[in-house]
Design a protein around this ligand. Structure first.
Ligand code: MG
Length: 160
């Protein structure tokens, strides 16, 4: 087994959809980024990529590449899962936390987990999504953006 960790953050701005865990969440602002800016999925991608020793999402999907402009991050996670499978790994489980002051995400975490499990080809019970606020502290607490943390376990692969 190997473990990987991922972190990401994106700024909240007007004129963008708020998409987290592959779910569009009704809100007056959305996350700014080259793709759909789904920082939760980006953190999960980095956790899986870290576990398989394949760098990070910026290396796999450069944000200067027009192919990834506006792309659903679920598609990126699906590709990450395929990279892991191609290297002989299966994803054991993923645990992640998204930090956002508003809106409340708790009603959506089940669907987020199901979305990510589906593209990874694993059972929803293997993906845990937690949502927190930053208790009003710092830039995330002030509503300037969202942050996310993730860990993933993978099994298999080459044993050197
Ligand atoms: Mg990102």
């Amino acid at each position: 087994m190997k473990i990987g960790f991922g972190y990401d953050s994106h700024r909240l701005v007007t004129g963008r959809k708020l998409i987290l865990g592959g779910k569009e969440i009704p809100f007056e602002k959305g996350l700014l980024g080259h793709s759909d800016a789904d920082c939760l999925i980006h953190a999960v991608c980095d956790a899986v990529l870290g576990a398989i020793g394949a760098g990070d999402i910026g290396r796999q999907f450069p944000d200067g590449d027009p192919a990834y402009r506006g792309i659903s991050s679920l598609l990126l996670l699906e590709r990450v899962g395929k990279l892991a499978a191609a290297a002989g790994y299966s994803v054991g489980n993923v645990d992640c936390t998204v930090v956002l002051e508003k809106p409340k995400l708790a009603p959506h975490v089940g669907e987020m987990a199901a979305n990510m499990a589906k593209v990874l080809g694993i059972s929803a019970a293997r993906v845990s999504v937690k949502a927190k606020t930053n208790e009003g502290m710092g830039l995330v607490g002030a509503g300037e953006g969202a942050a996310a943390f993730a860990v993933a376990i993978v099994e298999g692969g080459e044993t050197p």
